[in-house]
Structures are given as C-alpha cells and as structure tokens.
Design a protein around this ligand. Sequence first.
Ligand SMILES: Cc1cc2nc3c(=O)[nH]c(=O)nc-3n(C[C@H](O)[C@H](O)[C@H](O)COP(=O)(O)OP(=O)(O)OC[C@H]3O[C@@H](n4cnc5c(N)ncnc54)[C@H](O)[C@@H]3O)c2cc1C
Length: 496
Amino acid sequence: MAQRVLIVGAGPGGLATAMLLAKAGLEVTVFESQGQVGGRTSAIEGDGYRFDLGPTFFLYPQVLEEIFAEVGRDLHREVPMTRLDPQYRLSFGAGGELLCRSDVEQMVAEISKLAPADAPEFRRFMAYNRVKLEKFAPCLQTPFLGWSDLMQGRLLAVLPYLKPWKSLHAELASHFRDPRLQLAFTFQSKYLGMSPFECPSLFSILSFLEYEHGIWHPTGGCNALTRGMARVATELGATIRLREPVKQILFEGRRAVGVRTDQGEFRADAVVVNADFGYAMTTLVPNALRRRWTDEAIAAKRFSCSTFMLYLGVEGRCEQLQHHNIHIAAQYRQNLEDIEKRHVLTEDPSFYVENPCRTDPSMAPPGHSALYVLVPVSHQHPNIDWQKERARYRQVALRQLAKLGLADIEKRIRFERIVTPADWESKVGIYRGATFNLAHNLGQMLHLRPRNRFEDFDRMYLVGGGTHPGSGLPVIFESARISSRLLLEDLHRRRD
Ligand SMILES: Cc1cc2nc3c(=O)[nH]c(=O)nc-3n(C[C@H](O)[C@H](O)[C@H](O)COP(=O)(O)OP(=O)(O)OC[C@H]3O[C@@H](n4cnc5c(N)ncnc54)[C@H](O)[C@@H]3O)c2cc1C
C-alpha cells in the first residue's frame, strides 16, 4: 500500500512538494484553508481585472524547470512566460532614473547616462558574482541539519565570498561610487524583506541573478505558476482539498501522525508544513510539545518587513510606466530605519508599481490597466494601528504615484483592493504580518533557520519561505526539493 503524506498549505512550497512526492508514488493530500491554491502566490480577481496577490518577479526559473522535468513535464509548455526587457525602471528621489536592461552591454550604456565613471564596473560586478553564485549554489541545494553541516567542503569554499562582517550595501559601495548605483544593485534585499544596510553581503547574488538569468512574467501573473503546479500535482494523483483548514497537527509521542480538520482526523506516515512557519507553530502545535521553537523562542526572532498594498483597476493605459517600476525615496536610509527600527510610517516612502498590461493585456479589460502598488512598511507593531492608518496611508500611496506621472490616477480607479500588514496577519495567516518570513540575517540562516527535516518532531518536514534556504520563489522551490528528498529517504529507510 502507498505511504501517505499530508501537506498543510497549497502555497508554492506545498505544491512543488506535492508534485515531487506524488511522482515518487506516495499518496499525497494537500489541505488548503483558502478557496484557491497559491497562498501568497495567488490571484485577486474582480470586474475583469487580475492581480498577483504577492510575487510579481519570477527569477531564476531553472529550479522550477528542473522540478517540472523531474515529473515529466515542461514548465514553459504548462505555464507560458516572457523574459522582460527592460527588466524595470528605477527612479531616484535623489534625482535621475535608470532603465535596467537585460543585456549586459545595453545595461552598461544605460549606466553611462547616469554615472559614466561607474559604467565599466558593471561587467566586473557580474563576473565576480558569477563565481560567487557558483560557489554558493550547492549550499542552497543541500539541507543544513546541524553544526557539522557547516564544515562541509562546499561551505568552506564559499567563505572568502561570504564576508560576514560586511553588509550588502558596503559590498556594493566597493564596486560603484555613485550612491544611486549602490542602491540600484542592493534594493533587491527588499525581496527578502530586509534593508541592504543590514542584509548580509552574500545577497549581491540577487541582483546578479536578475541580469544573468532574467526577470520573467508568467502569462496571467506569477499566480499562473501555482495554478499550473496544482494542475500537474492533481494529474499525478495528489488530492487538493480547498477551504479545509488544518486545525491541529496530531502527534504520538514526538512523531507527527496526522492532522485534524472540521471534516475529521487524517492519519499519515509524514506531515509537511507549508503554512507560514510562525503562524503554523503557534496555532497548530501545542507550545508545551515544542522544544526549540517555543512561542517565546519564535517571538524573540527577527522578522522581515511587511507591505501595504493597493490593487487598482484603472481606466485607460499607463504608457508612462514600464512593466516594473521602482521608486527609491530621497531619504532611503531613513525610510528603512522607519520600517525596521522605529516601526513608524514614512510620509515619503519608497514604493513599487507593476503595470503588467504593458506585457500581458490579459490582466485587464481592453483599454484598462491593472496596477499593483507595494509600499514596504513595518511588520505588525504596536506603534501602528492599521484600522486608523488604512485610509490615510492609501492617500500617501496615491500621492506617491504622481512621482511616476500618475497624478490623475484616483479619478480613473474602477476597482480597488487594499491589503495592510494587519490583513496579512489576520486574513492570510502570516505571523506578525511579516510577508517575507523570518529575516535572513546570518543568525537565522542555514542550520539556524527552522530545518527542512523539522528538528522538534519526527516525520515532520517544513517547506516554504520559513525554512532553509529562505523566502523568494526559487529558494522556496529548492526547499521543496530538499524536504521531499529527506522525507523519501526517511520513509524508505523505515520500509527497508
Ligand atoms: C507582497 C509580496 C510580494 C512578493 N514578491 C515576490 C516576488 O516578486 N518574487 C519572489 O520570488 N517572491 C516574492 N514574495 C515572497 C514569496 O515568494 C511568496 O510569499 C510565496 O508565496 C511564499 O510561499 P510559501 O510556499 O512559503 O507559502 P505561502 O504562499 O505563504 O502559502 C502557504 C499556504 O498555506 C495555507 N495555510 C495556512 N495555514 C493553513 C492551515 N491551517 N491549513 C491549511 N492551509 C493553511 C495558506 O492559505 C497558503 O495558501 C512576495 C511575497 C509577498 C507577500
């Protein structure tokens, strides 16, 4: 009889795991609390507009391509996608803008317009980070289950590139002199929900990845990835039960043996948790049972920032926008400190706007636009009461859009949805509304992050942004590969 695995959550991590384990011949059931798959990588739809709820940048498709190939499918056939060029436009509150091209030589030409003396350095930056990623990639592909894993040859090989004493920003300042360029190649730390002044220098590989492997737009948005994955997982035999939240994980001694939902109790040989780590532990597993990750230990961890979101269905096209548009505030450092240290709202914040109809008209009715506006803000903190701030901060965000030539936007709005950090916490089930999970400081990475083969219990595995390697789609897919491999090893060992 096939061995049974239960997966809590149909986010990208849970769905990739379902594909791999179903292909390996296990009987897989995925429980999902929402009425659709995808979690943070799902869609908001209304009045003919479609928006990604969360991810809009699909980087480094290789990992997901390999997962699809492993189950006998072709990612690009299942989910058509386009490589973007320009990748995005950066505008600087300090003055000037940079059109970021996917081709290195065209990018050098664009940099020359902003900071000619720095332009040739871009080629060296790429060459250096190519080697750095090559050395670090094996660390992202293997589990870190204890201190001894730190002594592996592959981690020792990357040490000269790790520079743990250096922040990402300090690393980039050694490449580029113009402060705007330093930000152009460090703001990507926001993908991890971190300030480049705090983020480890290791993460210069993020901007490198964009230029080396591209920024991709799946047709219909990144949510098309999770819809495609759910379709394939189901075709491989997995069952996905929507609107069925897990209320409790069941244990016998220290072994996870199943889950309880409103429909009853389900027993299994292993349980995989894809739901947000902090939220899942504090709501689905009694505190007294946990050894390392108690409520108190989780509360003492560092968490990523959150996001204030506007999803706007707008009449007319927005030709002044590229597909991706990022505005970096004049007082960038102060904006980051407001988010991460002072936990207050900034009145002139950095922000990001996606205008996907430029590439993909399917996202809005003909002649209309579906704008996605993201303002990085503090995770939930007593300093900010979102019930009070919600309407006021909407006005702040709309006012900021004038900086991108959208001064008239409010009267063109035909559909609108707002998501605040309080909504991320209460409606999406994200601990403290920290949209990018536990922070990625060195003290919370590798074996110090909650482990793929979860250390507090037997037969429990973690996938998604809360475990190793971390948050962001490519590494979340990597976590699914690592955890599936460990789970299969453990079940095979037991059968043998
Ligand atoms: C605003 C935003 C923008 C982002 N932008 C990018 C980007 O551009 N590029 C990128 O690579 N990454 C981005 N990310 C980060 C990351 O890729 C996504 O958040 C990703 O969806 C996280 O995947 P996950 O597998 O960890 O789980 P999630 O997407 O969080 O999915 C977990 C699932 O578990 C379900 N669940 C929770 N509790 C239960 C329960 N008790 N029972 C059953 N089901 C449950 C949830 O409903 C959810 O469906 C972004 C995130 C956000 C929020």
